[in-house]
Design a protein around this ligand. Sequence first.
Ligand SMILES: Cc1ncc(COP(=O)(O)O)c(C=O)c1O
Length: 282
Amino acid sequence: MDNRSLAGRDLAVLWHPCTQMKDHENLPMIPIKTAQGVWLEDFDGKRYLDAISSWWVNLFGHANPVINAALKDQLDALEHVIFAGFTHEAGIRLAEKLVEITPPGLNRCFYADNGSAAVEVALKMSFHYWRNLGQTQKTKFITLENSYHGETLGALAVGNVALYKETYAPLLMDVITVPGPDCYYREPGESWADYSIRRFALMEQTLVQHADSVCAVIIEPLVQCAGNMRMYDAAYLKLLRTACDKYRVHLIADEIAVGFGRTGTFFACEQAAISPDFICLS
Ligand SMILES: Cc1ncc(COP(=O)(O)O)c(C=O)c1O
């Protein structure tokens, strides 16, 4: 097996995610044979530094010996079991740990399949909460301009990157999109905090106007990653937490890209000392 033959076999049977396959008429696909730590190695022996952690997911390095050993042990003991009516110790232990390390008040976990599914679950749980209280008029979600929350239809609907969303617009639920706090656009000399606070006025106006019909505001705390790594100040999150309480709307923090230490604190919400009503992790 070599790079060339595998790249040819790949193109004959596969489509790749978020990829314009036509690009690969000129740009060869890179078949990876093995990986260790930050290094990937292809079938021709060429090495690549995995500087994007394989799309931001590989936090602890490839073939991490601790993780691999735990996976192998678990496979030998129990590879899978139905999680309705049954449970298992590893699932309980992980949930206990997550409850311990996530911001105070987040005291239950729900396992989904991936980041997009975690967002879908948070949207559904928020809606369901208000429905259980008889607030059936709450059916909408508020999202930020330039946000990204995944590729499934609900997650795509609450996202706002045209490249991913435009084609599927006729399939997506209506959401309320608020201009964002992206500090790239602050005035010369204006601080990040001042700009973020100034931009929050637009969110507050929207909440005043629509809170009765809104289940939740969904945000990526501090960094809009897929939207070109655009950042804003923690002051925005503090104001948003207070406003969500005031207007009786949930706050969903999508920490799929920023969680687990990527902004300096374990979770980005910690920098604003807030607890969201839901945190999505992946
Ligand atoms: C902030 C954010 N939310 C959701 C997702 C979707 O996660 P997944 O690709 O696992 O479905 C991503 C993926 O990059 C993301 O960055």
